[in-house]
Ligand binder design. Structure first.
Ligand code: GLC
Length: 430
């Protein structure tokens, strides 16, 4: 072994140790908070990523993470974006604002579904042992119920595309892609007190203008009793987000693999048919001329022609066409080449790019993980390696932050962040 290789190994071992420590510290007894203070509860897709990170050092704890997330599942299959396991006053909007009728208390919107992907990952890490098989088998019907909910509640017309009814449902809370549909959304008249800007620099967080609309939507849906059909019919905000649809496609594919082991032939059939429908749905988001995937506003019927990191997530979802994968990789490479650290969430030469405000430019470790994995699967190994190396460098220099400035590398938002630690363990330090 060369000296520089030995140094690199020692650095990686130290980073791994630190990541494990963060995931242990943020464990609140069976579930992991995204970070202390700023996000004091269990978040849906954060937990799925955390479960994969935890699986690298404690398989049973990884299953516990998913099980505790599913204690928030409603009887109709819906899985909330937040499970409020304990009462903490430092977060707005808390459980009373959501007004959802479930114990433990929860929010009323969902987040990108990653739990089937996580379950397969944990099973593989566990060497497919008997204990893990039993845990996966117990979880499988719950994940299936979640996917049936997405299909029924968020694609009621069976178009193959699901719609998000709140920007937060996409996971990319204040992406510039939501600007136009939010302009058509009224603001709340309720006076509310944000807690996030007391904890993090306001320049790194959504603007007040957006928050007033986020809260309007929550209040509207609460008034509709969280009834899926009424929400779908009455909302002013309904978008077929390319990111969510791509992540759903990947999770559904992983669910089908679980169904082949733990499900019935009828369930397998249902999932295969759905997968075909989803492929056709995503195809409607492809703009051949621009060579890009764009989200679709389901209220106005217009394509939201703004490329963001989500435009590349079909690589994670799985593409049939290698030429198209290469086109996406070339454009992403262009974005990365304009930065000191990739991948930015917006094109650095686009008018919407804001290097410090979250989802409007900064780099996220979990986004790099999904893009890196997708690129590698489609034969674009060089860019995948670049994203891994950049993720390591960012963490090494600035710690396990929520997100990073793509031009300076500065760590932004919350720190000792769980999913950044998980992305390191499960992908970037591997
Ligand atoms: C922010 C992110 C969201 C994440 C949450 C907790 O709201 O936009 O995707 O789940 O923080 O980390």
């Amino acid at each position: 072994m060369r000296v520089d290789e030995a140094t690199e190994d020692a650095d990686l071992a130290a980073l791994r140790g630190r990541a494990i420590q963060i995931l242990r510290t943020n464990n609140r007894g069976g579930y992991t908070v995204p970070t202390d203070n700023l996000y004091p509860f269990q978040w849906n897709w954060d937990s799925a990523f955390c479960a994969m990170g935890v699986a690298t050092f404690d398989v049973q704890r990884a299953w516990d993470e998913l099980d505790s997330l599913y204690t928030g599942q409603w009887t109709n299959g819906f899985l909330p974006h937040i499970v409020f396991h304990q009462v903490v006053d430092s977060y707005y909007p808390g459980p009373d604002v959501w007004g959802a009728d479930h114990v433990p208390r929860t929010s009323g919107i969902s987040q990108p579904p990653i739990t089937a992907t996580a379950a397969r990952f944990i099973l593989a890490r566990a060497g497919d042992d008997r204990a893990s098989r039993a845990r996966a088998a117990a979880l499988y019907p719950k994940i299936l119920a979640l996917h049936d909910w997405w299909d029924r509640a968020r694609d009621p017309e069976a178009s193959g595309l699901v719609g998000v009814l709140h920007p937060w449902e996409s996971g990319a809370d204040n992406s510039p892609v939501w600007d136009r549909p939010l302009e058509a959304t009224p603001a709340t008249t309720t006076v509310f007190h944000r807690r996030d800007v007391a904890l993090v620099d306001a320049a790194m967080r959504p603007r007040q203008w957006e928050y007033e609309r986020y809260i309007y939507l929550v209040e509207l849906y609460r008034g509709l009793g969280w009834d899926d059909a009424r929400m779908w019919a009455q909302t002013p905000f309904k978008v077929a987000d390319v990111g969510l649809n791509a992540i759903l496609q990947r999770d559904e594919r992983d669910l089908l693999a679980l169904a082949e082991r733990f499900g019935t032939p009828a369930e397998q059939q249902r999932l295969s048919e759905r997968a075909a429908r989803r492929r056709k749905g995503l195809e409607r988001l492809w703009d051949e001329e621009a060579g890009a995937y764009y989200s679709l506003d389901l209220v106005s019927g217009q394509s939201l022609k703004i490329a963001s990191h989500a435009s590349f997530l079909p690589l994670w979802g799985g593409l049939d066409d290698p030429g198209r994968a290469q086109r996406l990789a070339d454009e992403l490479q262009r974005w990365v080449d304009l930065c000191a650290f990739g991948a930015p969430t917006m094109a650095p030469d686009s008018p919407e790019f804001d290097q410090r405000r979250y989802w409007r430019g900064p780099v996220w470790a979990i986004v790099n993980w999904m893009l890196g994995d997708g690129l590698a699967r489609h034969g674009c190994g060089e860019l995948a390696r670049r994203l891994r190396a950049d993720t390591r460098r960012l963490i090494q220099r600035n710690g396990f932050c929520e997100y990073y400035d793509p031009l300076s590398g500065e760590g932004l938002g919350g720190d000792t962040f769980s999913w950044t630690a998980a992305a390191g363990l499960a992908w970037a330090f591997d």
